[in-house]
Design a binder for this molecule. Structure first.
Ligand code: HGY
Ligand code: MN
Ligand code: MN
Length: 408
């Protein structure tokens, strides 16, 4: 029904863009590599005769008309941007898997009632411009246009200008119509060990853990490294280290699926012979349950403040973005389940620890996701990998589900 070799060819061609030494990819949002990936994706869709467009946030859409062209479209897709030294499958599989589904529908002369739109969202990763999922969040009104356009990366580049630079600042009229999306299904690698551990081929994703991204800035006192007696120091990096260790131990002690990560740390003045006056670090906390989510985030914020107080330093915790856990639509997960059963594909109902554009699309349309296993559960690293046989089965489930939903 679908042609996994054709998909593999495209995936391998896409993986050449931003390729890193150990077979990973660095394709940061709105970078030159992202532009090349976008151009290639648009070309492939134009070659299929789809109506291709991109909106004022650079989200790209490819539309396959349906018999009932006024019906709200069924949308499928994901993102093309990556983290630095990321994997070749994260996001891309959802975009090119959707393309494979549409090409197979054309090839098999399937008459789809409902229009089908493939979508690739801008800046899903939040690796260059925080927060993550800016494109899908902006087009579902979770972020204002001004906020989105003004996001700035570490080198001071501004999102709107970078979008202009790569030629993807399109028209607002091209946005998806958030009042008129029938459903959204996102295919993605699991990025964790659950499917592999349970020996299942497809994950039917019922929801996504909530996340809170914040920046913790601890202020002490810069001073000379050679002349300042130890008992007089107010060393922000030492206090940050205690906080980071406490964060890790707190998350481990929760044993309820809570995870916490400090991915980035910076000190000022950041030189060998000066006591760090200021230390800032990022904090990414995830918690899977709606009730308990807010108290979980507040708990860790208070612990950090207590630790800083004990050292009589001060801290500011700047929230970047918090979104509670989401639950996906039963009518979509049951469609994915029926499709898996029809093709005897072993499946596992589960939730996602990773954030995805589906999190925000879930606020405007019936949404769910279909996962395929990540080998050794690895992702956001060059070792990210998935077996092509599993991909073939995952795309088959997506194809079968799209046929069912596009007939409605
Ligand atoms: O961070 C996430 O969960 C996603 O990979 N952007
Ligand atoms: Mn992703
Ligand atoms: Mn990712």
């Amino acid at each position: 029904m679908i042609n996994v070799n054709r998909l593999k060819e495209r995936m391998l061609q896409m993986a050449e863009i931003g390729k890193t030494t150990n077979d990973g990819v660095t394709r940061l949002a709105l970078s030159n590599e992202d532009k090349q990936a976008r151009d290639l994706f648009m070309q492939w869709m134009e070659n299929l005769g789809l109506h291709v467009r991109y909106d004022d946030f650079g989200n790209i859409y490819g539309r396959l008309e349906g018999n009932d062209s006024d019906a709200p479209p069924l949308m499928i897709g994901s993102h093309l941007d990556s983290v630095p030294k990321g994997g070749r499958f994260d996001g891309v599989l959802g975009v090119l898997g959707a393309l494979e589904v549409v090409e197979s529908i054309l090839e098999n002369n399937i008459q789809n009632e409902r229009p089908i739109e493939i979508v690739s969202f801008t800046n899903e990763e939040g690796a260059r411009f925080t927060p993550q999922m800016l494109g899908s969040g902006a087009v579902t009104n979770l972020f204002s246009k001004d906020y989105t356009y003004s996001r700035t990366d570490k080198d001071g580049f501004i999102l709107k200008e970078e979008l202009q630079k790569i030629g993807y600042l399109g028209s607002q009229d091209n946005r998806l119509d958030q009042e008129n999306v029938a459903a959204f299904i996102e295919m993605h690698i699991e990025q964790g060990p659950v499917l592999e551990t349970n020996h299942k081929t497809v994950g039917i994703v019922e929801g996504i853990a909530g996340f809170s991204w914040m920046e913790v800035v601890i202020s002490g006192e810069a001073n000379h490294s050679g002349t300042t007696p130890m008992e007089l120091r107010r060393d922000s990096l030492v206090t940050a280290s205690s906080a980071i260790k406490a964060i890790h131990e707190w998350a481990r002690s929760k044993k309820d699926g809570t995870v916490a990560t400090v991915g980035e740390i910076n000190t000022e003045p950041g030189i060998m012979n000066a006591i760090p006056g200021t230390t800032s670090f990022t904090l990414d906390v995830r918690h899977p349950y709606k009730d308990g989510f807010t108290s979980c985030i507040n708990e860790i914020r208070e612990s950090i403040e207590d630790i800083v107080d004990e050292d009589s330093l001060t801290c500011n915790i700047n929230e970047i973005k918090t979104h509670p856990p989401v639950t996906f639509a039963e009518n979509i997960t049951s469609t994915l389940e029926e499709a898996s059963k029809k093709h005897d594909i072993p499946y596992h109902r589960m939730t996602s620890g990773a954030g995805h554009d589906a999190m925000y699309m879930n606020t405007i349309a019936d949404t769910a996701m279909v996962f395929v296993p990540s080998i050794s559960g690895k992702s956001h690293c060059e070792e990210e990998n998935t077996h092509w046989e599993d991909i073939e089965k995952g795309v088959t489930v997506l194809y079968e589900s799209v046929l069912r939903k596009s007939r409605e």
